[in-house]
Ligand binder design. Sequence first.
Ligand SMILES: CC(C)(COP(=O)(O)OP(=O)(O)OC[C@H]1O[C@@H](n2cnc3c(N)ncnc32)[C@H](O)[C@@H]1OP(=O)(O)O)[C@@H](O)C(=O)NCCC(=O)NCCS
Length: 311
Amino acid sequence: MTKLRQGEPWQTADIYGRSLRGLSLNLIVRSVQASLPFYEQTLTLRRLYSDEDFAAFAGHGLRLMLHADHTCGRMPSGRGLAADGPRGLGVEIRLLGLNPDDAAASADRCGGEVVLPPTVFVHGWRECHLRDRDGYLFVVGEATQELPRTGNGVRLRELRQDDADIVLAQLDDWWGGRQMTPRLPRLFFEYFSDASFAAEDGESGRLLGFLCGVFATGDSERAYIHFVGVDPSARGRGIGRLLYEAFFAAARAAGRTSATAITSPVNTGSVAFHRAMGFTVVPGDSVEMGIPVHTGREGPGTRHVVFRRTL
Ligand SMILES: CC(C)(COP(=O)(O)OP(=O)(O)OC[C@H]1O[C@@H](n2cnc3c(N)ncnc32)[C@H](O)[C@@H]1OP(=O)(O)O)[C@@H](O)C(=O)NCCC(=O)NCCS
C-alpha cells in the first residue's frame, strides 16, 4: 500500500476503524483532493479529516470514506480498477433529506455531473441523480407529497373544497343511479386533502375522477379509501389506477403499511377493479354472489366486501 501523506494522520487507522458502526461506505477515487468539493458541498457531508490518501466524512446517517487509487493496489476492491472507466456501476447510493435543486446546482460547480435533474417519483421522493467525478452514482432528495406527472393527458392534484359541488352533482349518475350522496359528506373534501386526490383533463381542467381517502389517526400504519369514482366517459383509461397509485405513494410517504377499502357486493366492476389494484378480499361472515361479505358493518342490514392490501 503506497502512501503520499507526510507525517501522521489525525488518528491511527485502527482507532478510526473501530469507531465505525453498522453500514459504512468506502469509495476508491482517483484523487481525494479533487473529490472533496462534491462530498462536502454537494452532498453536504461533514469532513472529519482528509489528506492525499484518505478522507472521512459523516452526515445524513452515513459514514463515508474516500481512499485514493494508489492506496488500494493490494486490496480486492482496488484490483481491476480501470484508470479511466466509471466506478461503482450497478450501485445507487441514496441519501434522503437533501434539497435536490441545491444539490444539482452544486454538483455542476463541484466536479460532479447531473445525470437526472430533480424529478418526482411514485416512491414519494423528489430526487436528482448525480455522479461524482469518478462515476459513483448518488440519488439525493426529499420526501414529497407532490405527484408525478402522467403521460395520458391527465393531471393529478389534491382534492379541493370546491370539487365537492362538481362531484356531488354527478355522483349518483357515476354510480349508475344508486343513491350515493348521503355516504359522501362534504367534510371529505375539506379535512382530508393529504389523502385525497382529483384527476383532471390536462388541457380543459375538467374533473375526470376523484379519490377520498383518510390516514387513520389512532393507528399510524393504516390508510383507508372511502370513495373513488371516474367519469363514465373516461373509464378504462387508467385513471382509477392513477388515483390509487397516488394514494399509495402518499400513504407510504406518511409511513402507512396497509390500505383498506370496501364496496357493495352488487358492484362487480368495483370488485374487479380492486382485485386488479392488488387488493385481496378479507374473509367475512357471509357470502353473496360468490364473494365473502361483512354484514352489518356499515349499519343494520348492510352487506359489504372488505378489501385489504399491503403498501
Ligand atoms: C371502479 C372505477 C373507479 C375504475 O376506474 P377506471 O379509471 O375505469 O379504472 P382503470 O382504467 O384505471 O382500471 C384499472 C384496472 O382495473 C380494471 N378494471 C376497472 N374497471 C373494471 C371493470 N368494471 N371490470 C373489470 N376490470 C376492471 C382494469 O382492467 C385495470 O386493470 P389493469 O390495469 O390490470 O389492466 C370506475 O369504474 C368507477 O368510477 N366506477 C363507479 C364508481 C365505483 O364503483 N367506485 C368504486 C367503489 S367506491
